[in-house]
Design a protein around this ligand. Structure first.
Ligand SMILES: NC(=O)c1ccc[n+]([C@@H]2O[C@H](COP(=O)([O-])OP(=O)(O)OC[C@H]3O[C@@H](n4cnc5c(N)ncnc54)[C@H](O)[C@@H]3O)[C@@H](O)[C@H]2O)c1
Length: 195
């Protein structure tokens, strides 16, 4: 018996890191997992190593080793239509419900406010903030249709609570996530969905 037996979870950025850990833990608790990951470089301004298709395959293997079902695909959170299609297929495959959403896929990069270039700013906002809104747009209608209540988690950062030097697009995106989450919470409370 797990805390999430029979429930369905959608998680973005599941190939590695925190997203992978969320997927494994939910599977251990009995949930079915829907997830995506880019598995490639998200921006020329991300200097650290990208997740790979092999990382995503390992997540799938680890979720199944916990006895969990998973629908995992390569995709970009910036692509609203892709997220909508993946979530719709996952909800259908796992019994017509969606209980938990975790917007997790994010990038980080560095540079002073006046030294970063336009694309660096835009890529960070597009993924970390607009990408999260696209995740909400793709998922909330399914939660409302199932009328089961549920939980949505938008992963912010300490940089969304306190300014971090040389991380202005990251910090701005993560402060934005806090505002997005609090607004969605006020809109969804009456539907028993916690954000
Ligand atoms: N690691 C930390 O110390 C830390 C601290 C605070 C907040 N966070 C936040 O936690 C979340 C996860 O961080 P992490 O440390 O596990 O990072 P990570 O880089 O290990 O994992 C992020 C995953 O998201 C994927 N991804 C990136 N852009 C994508 C896109 N456009 N579409 C689909 N997938 C995409 C990556 O391929 C990667 O697999 C992020 O939102 C991050 O900002 C992390």
């Amino acid at each position: 018996m797990g805390d999430f037996d029979g429930k369905v979870v959608y998680i973005t950025g599941i190939a590695r890191g925190q997203g992978r850990k969320h997927a494994i833990r939910f599977a251990r608790e009995g949930a079915s997992v829907i997830g995506l990951d880019l598995c490639a470089s998200p921006s020329e301004h991300v200097g650290y190593k990208s997740a790979t298709e092999d990382d995503l395959a390992q997540t799938v293997e680890k979720v199944r080793a916990e006895g969990g079902e998973i629908l995992a695909e390569i995709g970009d959170v910036r692509d609203l239509a892709f997220q909508q299609d993946l979530v719709a297929r996952g909800v259908e495959q796992f019994g017509g419900r969606l209980d938990v959403v975790i917007a997790n896929a994010g990038i980080c990069n560095w540079g002073k406010v006046w030294e970063i270039d336009e694309q660096q700013w835009q890529d960070t906002i597009d993924i970390n903030l607009t990408g999260y809104w696209k995740t909400l747009k793709a998922t909330i209608p399914h939660m409302l249709a199932a009328d089961n209540g549920g939980s949505i988690v938008l992963v912010s950062s300490v940089a969304g609570l306190k300014a971090m030097p040389v991380q202005s697009p990251y910090s701005a995106s993560k402060y934005g996530v806090v505002g997005l989450a609090q607004t969605a919470a006020k809109e969804l409370g009456e539907h028993r969905i916690r954000v």
